[in-house]
Design a protein around this ligand. Structure first.
Ligand code: GLU
Length: 359
């Protein structure tokens, strides 16, 4: 079920508001949950519980061509298996439902129209052929391809003419030059003058689907997200997101970008590596507690690295200011040691109770 017109209006005015902590894990269901994703979810969960807040699962499935059947269900199943279930999610529902972006399209369209009215967005009629030519030319000149913002300068009359001719269009966000610095909870002060490196980004495609940036910002706002804790690969997008918040006239959440999770040798975790998928690890008999150990022992955010902590202890010991900027190195060889340790201690709670006891 999607959102009705009244709900869209309410949502854009900020339906879910409050002073409490609300964080979200927002994966794209383009594959199954891997350890990198589980770690992002875990830190969000711990942060929420530490501050008596809510942990939300939102599925970012607007790029329908990349959606993998069954991935959405798999992600939620694995969060439950790991003992870090969301309070609000596609399956559980909640005050900001629906929690699946493909069911919120009317909201993004309305938001894009709002930006259009404010003059912060414009219709772009450039054809794929023109964009391809721009790209080729840039590459020939050894430059990074970027849109040249041509349609920014169309007059209202020209736009009306093109619309009446039935020309296809997308909506682009007008990037302002004056990006403001922001204080990231982990990386400190940061700023990227996006307009000097990128052309105006598409926010709404011709098929009515939003791109990541628009949908992400709109949802974080209307879902009342107070803190965005996500992977460091999104740090450079944040200045763009802050320009969107400013254009809408909304207060942004606080951002914290978690260091990347890498293999022990410093290489990127590859989705071709079978041993990083949570479902596979669960099927192979690893305990969720052992995964918890491996993730919190290679990362930071705690006073020390220790085996066998309960989730309750992790929540007590966690401090976001202890998260370090450098990447976390995952030592999968330690998994059997952690698993053995947990098994020997026995007393492993049944799956449905993992870690929930006492939290
Ligand atoms: N859908 C994005 C991802 O899969 C979300 C990034 C974010 O948390 O803002 O990484």
């Amino acid at each position: 079920m999607g959102l009705g017109a009244a709900a869209v209006g309410d949502a854009l005015r900020g339906a879910v508001r409050g002073s409490g902590v609300r964080v979200r894990f927002a994966p794209s269901p383009t594959g199954f949950l891997h350890l990198g994703g589980l770690r992002t979810a875990l830190y969000n969960y711990i942060f929420a519980k530490k501050h008596q807040g809510s942990f939300i699962l939102r599925l970012e499935d607007t790029d329908q061509s990349r959606v993998v059947p069954g991935a959405a269900e798999g992600i939620e199943d694995m969060l439950e298996w790991a003992g870090i279930p969301p309070e609000e999610s596609p399956r559980r529902g909640g005050p900001a439902a629906p929690y699946q972006q493909s069911q919120r399209l009317s909201l993004y369209r309305e938001a894009a129209e709002l930006l259009l009215e404010k003059g912060a967005a414009y219709r772009c009629f450039c054809t794929p052929q023109r964009l391809e030519l721009l790209k080729k030319e840039a590459l020939r000149n050894r430059q990074t391809p970027r849109y040249d913002n041509r349609c920014r300068h169309l007059s209202p009359k020209q736009v009306a003419e093109k619309v009446s001719q039935g020309a296809d269009s997308v909506m682009r966000f007008r990037l302002e030059e004056n990006s403001e610095p922001f204080c990231d909870l982990i990386h400190g002060w940061s700023k990227h003058v996006v307009a000097s490196i990128e052309g105006d980004p598409v926010i709404l495609k011709s098929d009515g689907f939003p791109t990541y940036h628009l949908a992400n910002v709109v949802d974080d706002h209307v879902m009342g997200i107070s803190h965005v804790l996500r992977g460091a690969e999104w740090l450079i997008s944040t200045s763009k997101h802050l320009l969107l918040y400013r254009a809408f006239g909304w207060d942004p959440p606080q951002f914290g970008h978690l260091p990347l999770l890498l293999n022990k040798d410093g290489s990127k975790l590859s989705k071709r590596q079978g041993d990083i998928f949570v479902e596979q690890l669960a099927q192979d008999g690893w305990l969720p507690e052992a995964l918890l150990d491996i993730m919190t022992n290679c990362g930071s955010g705690f006073a020390d690295n220790r085996m066998g902590r309960t989730l309750k202890e992790l929540i007590e010991e966690f401090n976001v200011s202890r998260i370090e900027r450098h990447s976390a190195l995952l030592d999968l060889e330690k998994l059997s040691e952690f698993n053995r340790w947990r098994n020997q201690r026995g007393g492993v709670a049944p799956a449905s109770m993992h870690f929930l006891v006492g939290c």
